[in-house]
Design a binder for this molecule. Structure first.
Ligand code: BES
Ligand code: ZN
Length: 992
């Protein structure tokens, strides 16, 4: 499963190695320009860079002059003009210098009218929108100051000489004496000549203009081609703090209000928002006739869940229990039926959640829409969910089973938020982990309900538990609640909500639901949703309701939910539980991947956890138990003779397990004699735990390698995937060393039977395996066989690819496309690459384009890789949303690695300045290009890079640079300590 730039589950595809689940949405090539000036910048990046800088400075000076215009000199406040506050204000304690809103004012409802222009303004060449807004708020504490969020909006100075008009809903209102924009903290600030009075309601009116930029945040524009016609969409992404970029609002999640939205648009466009459209009428404004679509009042909701869209889209629809369900997409995509799968599963998933939450869907309609340029994977705007095209549109002719699974799980995830997150909202962003962790857990339940034959719930162990173990085992990890103030840093979305938030959040909730039982868990959940509907909470409110459910049902847990969960939530990391089957001793210790790394910060719980343990003895499930102390004696875990113990059944617990050597040997023996006695998820666990215990020097590396010996008999997906994920590190460390050859021979020997198995099962690759996980494992078989140089595999994939090239008919099975394209391009030259590029440019579905975009990174030709790298910074070739992941794909290729590193070093300041604002994920980029680093020379280069660019900065990648240095040091040490043994092991592991 490989997709990039997704906020969660970030897995980087291994060329020729695994199921590839790519992510993103480049379609139909061309047609993406920042401004007229920037468009002059041609193919050459340097030229593009220069012209973009010019364009930006033009925009900047235009913005400034507009601001000065609206200022009119009448509104000078503490900072300069209305929008042009100083970049960093002198430290001060004024309310407008604080990032959190004061508590004096509470919004009740807003009337917002927005008019996005889908053609550039002839005077400036900019795309803009205009708007008007009135907010009615209540004063809950007397104040003579109004702070309301506003970012990158230019205000019309009104008849009172100020940027806003204040009236009272009842009596008189004080007058505005000063109004200005505080840019750093993103407020419109109004000072008054008297007090707003507690209990009174007021109206604040503003008129404003903003840029409909291609920056993927706030009210922004996305572009695509239909044939040769360029189409422009106005769309939004508000979370976390960009609602204020489309209209002035109290932009904090707990500031819930009702919204009356009106959108203005041309007659041939569709206008969408959270509520259903009540009606569209023609109006004439400034001599122009436009349509005005008025939407139903929303429910009481947070600003970050708002959405406004004007586009030229088609849709398909159905109705489930009175709820109107619609899927919107580009007209040709709808005509090709690409919205049908999403439409078919949405109704059932909604019904599943209604039952799970015991609460009916709170809105009359549910729209879902695929946007060509979209930063995240999807966004749960209430009633109007936005998606990347790849995350919503399905076409059996192009989409793999992996693509389909991603669509089902992401729809389930966003629909889960309609209640958990939208109906009941966490009060502040520090509790975001509960919102995203919860949706990331129940997405599996929703998807499983829609596709019960897939066994998708099991995959959570690979996709979330194992994935986040890798990060949470570092000394630089962090507890679940976010400590950073998200408004106070220049960060792209992908850094805000990391693997800890998503996957650890999901994993500990799964553990909680398991030890409470699903019955008790949902009982508490349901009463939580009932009590706080349309309101906001802190995470302990959920614990309280679960505790009540525990008490009502007499559920047996050793202490309170609060006590148990605090150990998992409030301290970073997780334990390794060690079981000594000779003595029955069980103990726990904070698991650190690199025992020599910096000491982790002290924890309020001393890095001890309250651990639920499900376990079996020699294949027989035993009564579960808890580990509550640092060490305890569990006599029931003592073994005699051939008996063995296996703990953490199905990896429901968020911890790793180690055993005494004798027990390990018995487990290894069980694997080799008849592996089916060990549950499949635990076979994946034994591999993952042992490789990681070895990394942490708790067991010898060769013992971890021993767990791969039985793989020639393994046919199941999860253990194979686990092994491949772990061997990935061996490839990274050794694919440029003498270990590579023997390692390839060994792995080739292990995968050959699997390759043959699928060859037989599919009638010589004609049919598709029935099972979902079998389909995944077929991809593993092919990618591993090709990667390890099985000649039959290379012949197979190059044959398929050249058939496509000669006939121009692509009959490659969609499940296999990523891996086939990648391997064929790796084995081929310029002809194959150029063919794939042409196909990429003309692809009509993003899912196909994404497979090609990944495969193009697999070539072994340095010049092709270098040219491809150049393309990544040309938005006409590679959409901005896909730039980072493409560079990282290239770095994954052993030939591309150093080229990508050279490339980002050479272009750092351009990349930083051009892409730093939003979509670019610097931490993914730094991680991606430095993953293989394991020599002193690379370490030195990395340090030099840090030093050379200190003045430019690394933005959201700052931490990643330090982590890369730390990881490189650890890698150098690991390679030094392990290379000889590993080489020796691979050389002797096969019977000669
Ligand atoms: N709310 C998020 C999207 C988001 C996160 C937007 C952070 C802005 C900032 C959404 O619910 C989400 O989690 N999307 C995931 C997909 C999901 C299946 C985990 C994504 O975008 O990858
Ligand atoms: Zn989410």
């Amino acid at each position: 499963m490989c997709h990039l730039l997704m906020l969660q589950k970030l897995v980087i595809p291994q060329p020729c190695f695994q199921t590839v689940r790519t992510e993103g949405g480049v379609i139909m090539g061309k047609g993406f320009y920042i401004s007229k000036v920037a468009a002059l910048g041609g193919v050459v990046v340097a030229v593009a860079a220069l012209s973009t800088i010019i364009a930006l400075s033009v925009v900047y000076s235009q913005e400034r002059s507009k601001n000065n215009g609206s200022d009119g000199g009448a509104t000078a406040g503490p900072s300069a003009g209305p929008t042009a506050g100083p970049p960093t204000p002198p430290p001060s304690n004024e309310p407008w210098d604080k990032y959190r809103l004061p508590a004096h004012l509470v919004p009740d409802h807003y009337n917002v009218t927005l008019w996005p222009r889908l053609t550039p303004d002839p005077a400036t060449g900019l795309y803009i929108f205009t708007g008007e807004s009135t907010v009615e708020f209540e004063c809950v504490e007397d104040t003579d100051l109004i702070l309301i969020h506003s970012n990158k909006l230019n205000y019309t100075t009104l008849e009172n000489g100020h940027l806003a008009r204040l009236t009272s809903a009842g009596g008189a209102a004080p007058s505005i004496t000063q109004s200005w924009l505080q840019t750093v903290t993103q407020y419109l600030v109004l000072r008054l000549n008297g007090k707003l009075l507690k209990g009174q309601r007021y109206h604040l009116y503003t008129k404003f203009t903003g840029e409909l930029a291609d920056d993927l945040g706030g009210f922004y524009r996305s572009e695509y081609f239909e044939g040769t016609v360029k189409k422009v969409i106005a769309t939004t992404q508000m979370q976390p703090t960009d609602a204020r970029k489309s209209f002035p609002c109290f932009d904090e999640p707990a500031m819930k209000a009702y919204f009356f939205i009106t959108l203005m648009h041309d007659a041939d466009k569709v206008a969408l928002s959270n509520g259903a459209a009540i009606g569209t009428t023609a109006v004439t404004v400034e001599g122009v006739t436009v349509q005005q679509t008025v939407f139903e009042r929303t429910e009481k909701m947070s600003t970050y869940l708002l959405a406004f869209i004007v586009c030229d889209y088609g849709f398909v629809n159905s109705t489930t229990d009175g709820v109107l369900i619609r899927i919107f997409a580009r007209k040709p995509a709808i005509a090709a039926g690409q919205g049908d799968y999403a439409l078919n599963i949405t109704g059932p998933i909604l019904k599943f959640f209604e039952k799970y939450y015991n609460s009916s869907y709170p809105l009359p309609k549910s729209d879902q829409i695929a946007i060509p340029d979209f930063n995240a994977g999807a966004m749960e705007n209430w009633g109007l969910i936005t998606y990347r095209e790849t995350a919503l549109l399905y076409d059996p002719a192009f989409s793999s089973n992996s693509n389909k699974e991603r669509i089902a799980t992401i729809i389930a995830h966003e629909l889960a938020h309609m209640w958990f997150g939208n109906l009941v909202t966490l009060r502040w962003w520090n509790d975001l982990w509960l919102n995203e962790g919860f949706a990331s857990y129940v997405e599996y339940l929703g998807a499983n309900d829609a596709e019960p034959s897939w066994n998708v719930k099991d995959l959570m162990v690979l996709n979330d538990v194992h994935r986040v173990f890798a990060v949470d085992a570092l000394a630089s990890s962090h507890p679940l609640p976010l400590k950073r103030d998200i408004q106070n840093q220049r960060s792209s979305l992908s850094e805000l909500f990391d693997a800890i938030t998503y996957s650890k959040g999901a994993s500990v909730l799964r553990m909680l639901s398991d030890f409470l039982t699903e019955d008790v868990f949902t009982r508490g959940l349901q009463s939580y949703l009932k009590e706080f509907a349309f309101g906001s909470t802190v995470y302990t409110d959920l614990w309280k309701h679960l505790q009540t459910a525990v008490e009502e049902t007499g559920t047996d847990i050793p202490t309170t939910i609060d006590n148990i969960m605090n150990t998992w939530v409030l301290q970073m990391g997780f334990p390794v539980v060690t079981i000594d089957t000779a003595t029955g001793g069980i103990s726990q210790k904070h698991f650190l991947l690199d025992p020599d790394s910096a000491t982790p910060p002290p924890s309020p719980y001393n890095y001890e956890w309250i651990v639920p343990i499900r376990w079996m003895k020699t294949g027989v499930v035993q009564n579960p138990r808890w580990l509550q102390e640092k060490s305890e004696t569990a006599n029931e875990m003592k073994t005699t003779g051939d008996e063995w113990v296996l703990a953490n059944l199905n990896v429901v617990g968020y911890y790793r397990v180690n055993y005494d050597t004798a027990n390990w040997n018995k487990l290894l023996n069980a694997l080799s004699v008849d592996h089916s006695i060990i549950p499949v998820i635990n076979r994946a666990q034994l591999v993952d735990d042992s490789f990681n215990l070895a990394r942490a020097k708790i067991i010898p590396t060769v013992q971890a390698l021993d767990t791969t010996k039985y793989l020639d008999k393994e046919r199941d997906y999860m253990p194979w995937k686990s092994a491949i994920n772990n061997l990935d590190f061996f490839y990274l460390m050794f694919d440029r060393t003498e270990v590579y050859g023997p390692m390839q021979t060994y792995l080739n020997n292990k995968v050959a039977p699997l390759f043959q198995y699928y060859k037989d099962m599919t009638g010589n690759w004609v049919n598709i395996p029935d099972g979902h996980l079998d389909q995944y494992n077929q991809v593993n078989a092919i990618s591993m066989a090709c990667k390890t140089g099985l000649p039959e595999c290379t012949a197979l994939v190059t044959g398929w690819f050249s058939d496509w090239m000669t006939s121009n008919i692509n009959s490659i099975n969609p499940n296999l496309r990523s891996t086939v394209y990648c391997n064929a391009i790796a084995a081929g030259g310029a002809a194959e690459w150029n063919f794939a590029w042409t196909q990429f440019e003309s692809a009509t579905i993003a899912i196909e384009a994404d497979k090609l975009r990944y495969a193009l990174s697999c070539t072994r030709e340095p010049w092709l890789l270098n040219r491809y790298l150049e393309y990544t910074l040309d938005p006409e070739k590679i959409r901005k949303q896909d730039a980072t992941s493409t560079i990282v794909y290239i770095a994954e290729n052993v030939v591309g690695q150093s080229l990508a590193w050279d490339f980002i070093r050479a272009h750092w300041s351009y990349i930083f300045n051009e892409y730093g604002g939003g979509s670019f994920s610097f931490s993914n980029l730094i991680n991606g290009v430095t993953k293989r680093f394991s020599t002193e020379f690379e370490l030195q280069q990395l340090r030099q890079f840090k030093e050379d660019n200190a003045d430019v900065g690394f933005g959201s990648g700052t931490l990643a640079v330090d982590q890369a240095i730390e990881k490189t040091q650890a890698n150098i040490k690991w390679v030094g300590e392990n290379k000889k043994n590993v080489l020796n092991w691979f050389e002797t592991a096969l019977p000669s």
